[in-house]
Design a protein around this ligand. Structure first.
Ligand code: UDP
Length: 484
């Protein structure tokens, strides 16, 4: 279904090699090609294996649409990285927990792509490049060949505006301790944070210096593509377009594009469970009776925390699907992160997925009635599009900002506790806190109101991407402008 009266637009998509960035980039590429553009995703050999299957599935269903990959060389050993380390997953998965330093090193190493990107831009002359925020060198590369470069952050307007207001006003410098709350100046909504919840502001660190580079490249770019929809965060979309970015187009929620079983099942990694079995299990449960618990593709918890989650789940009596980033299979041996006999007792009541879950299939199932989330932006949008109230449990990055949007602006979420970075690293959320949050999200008048608001947002999310919707129109104007 092409809506563009112009010649075919050719767009390059270059996501950071992390699931939370590759998944929306793939959705974006599918979306552009379903609107008549030719989409090319740039990635590395190992990551191309993850993307190939969903791309093939999309092409089988839509043989006339154009979507392809271009594979860049990424010689890990030569770059000082461990062999086979082509995805952030390498550092955050169960067996390779090297911490933030290696992830940062990995980010910096991607500059190696610049030459290959320039060669590709020179030979293919695409109409535009939508490159990840973590590739600041991409602006300069695109400029050389007069190709407009757009930035994709993978997060929403609210957190982009929050970061901006903190950087401009530096409110954290006027407070005495890292846990003293302050209102973020200029940001609509009187949002309160603590220093231990912010990621912007410290420009002296290596990461801080890198982020300055990121922001400078953004200023020089042709604009920003945002995976969000106007009705979700209108005040922040307006603020962002007025004060922060010179141009921005919101084209989300991108996940909504995945309508069929195949599309939803094939997103991201190979799931660690038979999707049909998982859906059959959900089919056996009453509508809105299951809580889905997942902390995204990167976060992993220490055993003590997992035990508290398990105990809280059991005490709450709620049906659950719980995704744990531990070894892919249950070896039959006692696992130290589970209370004794837990799975046996929970048979029929709960399901643990070790590894990767078919998240969209689970969220969109009628039996799912709530979502415990780490507040990664993709997860939030997927939860919003599914009309689910959430329990918020941020652990890193801009997730502390996203939590504020969910709990205080949209009012569709309950906090599991007062989360701060230090608490995530050194503290523990107790079983009682888990149990209380689960009850709060399912039971009572406020829970009903919260659920009602979440359902209204889901309707708006779908309408935004339908013909005439706000995201549909933004994408149209982008395609028209850059095809001509
Ligand atoms: N995801 C999934 N199965 C899992 C874990 C994650 O399908 O077991 C998907 C999820 O649907 C989302 C993405 O991975 O699209 C995670 O992105 P998000 O921004 O929520 O968090 P991140 O992983 O970047 O922290």
């Amino acid at each position: 279904m092409s809506t563009s009266p112009h010649r075919k637009l050719h767009v390059l998509f270059f996501p950071m090699m992390a699931h939370g960035h590759m998944i929306p980039a793939l959705d974006m590429a599918k979306l552009f090609s379903s609107r008549g553009a030719k989409s090319t995703i740039l990635t590395t050999p190992l990551n191309s294996k993850i993307l190939q299957k969903p791309i093939d599935a999309f092409k089988n269903l839509n043989p006339s649409l154009e979507i392809d990959m271009e594979i860049f060389n990424f010689p890990c050993a030569q770059l000082g990285l461990p062999e086979g380390c082509e995805n952030v997953d390498f550092f955050t998965s169960n067996n390779n927990n090297d911490g933030g330093y290696m992830i940062f090193k990995f980010f910096k190493t991607t500059r190696f792509f610049k030459e290959q990107l320039e060669k590709l831009l020179e030979t293919t002359r695409p109409d535009c490049l939508i490159a990840d925020m973590f590739f600041p060198w991409a602006t300069e590369a695109a400029e050389k060949f007069h190709v407009p470069r757009f930035v994709f952050h993978g997060t929403g307007y609210f957190s982009l505006c929050t970061g901006y207001c903190i950087r401009v006003n530096q409110p954290q410098k006027r407070i005495a301790s890292s846990c003293e709350p302050f209102v973020i100046p200029d940001l609509p909504g009187d949002i309160v944070l603590t220093q231990d919840q912010i990621i912007d502001g410290d420009d002296e660190t290596e990461m801080g210096k890198f982020m300055i580079e990121v922001r400078e490249s953004e200023v020089k770019s042709s604009g920003v593509i945002v995976n969000s929809f106007y009705e979700l965060e209108p005040d922040y979309a307006d603020f962002y377009k007025r004060f922060v970015a010179k141009r921005a187009w919101n084209i989300g929620p991108l996940s909504v594009l995945n309508r069929g079983f195949e599309d939803k099942a094939e997103r991201g990694k190979k799931t660690s469970i038979d999707e049909v079995e998982c859906l059959e299990w959900l089919d056996s449960k009453k509508p809105e009776s299951v809580i889905y618990i997942s902390f995204g593709s990167m976060a992993s918890f220490k055993n003590e925390q997992l035990i508290e989650i398990a105990a809280g789940l059991e005490a709450s009596g709620t049906n659950f699907i719980w995704v744990v980033r531990k070894n892919d299979e249950n070896t039959g041996e006692e696992e130290e992160w589970l209370p004794k006999g837990f799975e046996e007792r929970m048979k029929g009541k709960g399901m643990i997925i070790r590894g990767w879950a078919p998240q969209m299939l689970i969220l969109d199932h009628q039996a799912t009635g709530g979502f415990v989330t780490h507040c990664g932006w993709n997860s939030i949008l997927e939860g919003v599009a599914a009309g689910l109230p959430m329990v918020t449990w941020p652990v890193a990055a801009e997730q502390f900002y996203n939590e504020k949007l969910v709990t205080e602006v949209l009012r569709i979420g309950v906090r599991v506790g007062e989360m701060r970075r230090l608490k995530v690293m050194e503290g523990l959320i107790s079983r009682e806190e888990v149990e209380t949050a689960l009850r709060e999200v399912f039971v009572g008048e406020e829970a009903e109101e919260r659920r009602g608001r979440a359902k209204k947002l889901a309707v708006m999310a779908k309408a935004a991407v339908e013909e005439g919707g706000s995201s549909f129109n933004d994408l149209n104007s982008f395609i028209e402008e850059f095809s001509s």
